[in-house]
Design a protein around this ligand. Sequence first.
Ligand SMILES: [Ca+2]
Length: 185
Amino acid sequence: MGGDKIDLYKSFSLLFCTLFLLFILQGTVAAESAYTVDYSTYIGDRVVDEARDVYVDDSGYIYVTGSTHVNGSKDVFVTKFNVTREVIYHKTFGGPGDDWGHRIIADGDGYAYVVGEISHDGLKVADAFISKIDPSGNEVKRIYIGGSGYDVAKGLAIDQEGNFYVAGYTISTALTISELEGGHS
Ligand SMILES: [Ca+2]
């Protein structure tokens, strides 16, 4: 991963995401002609990668998630930037199939929480998941939510008491919740 790599084919989504974020941060845009780009970068390599969500915490750290190619399949990625746009960490994880991070948020202590879909344990269809990433980029917890069908989490929120709310969709008739034991990447 290199913050200064240039690959026009795969980075459009992240570029759009970044630009959108920076428009909001500037907060002084009066007209379309006044838009300026404060910063843009690329994440990934020479295959199609896609950023799906971006979040800025109260300290100005920026968190991005989506999907990137790793060893022949798509994996979830989580990238954190500091206020000067330096990469704090870039981590990937997932199963043998195609995996996605769809939504990311962070708490006041710098922990990031990402939801999406992961095909794990040889499953041909994905389960929804929620992962907790510590401030250094280590995945400290992953919980699967799924059944026999395709399950995906696309929305995430935390209330003031630390309760998590996950939204998504499923074609399973019953859902179970299980925590990944060890093997965090
Ligand atoms: Ca994968």
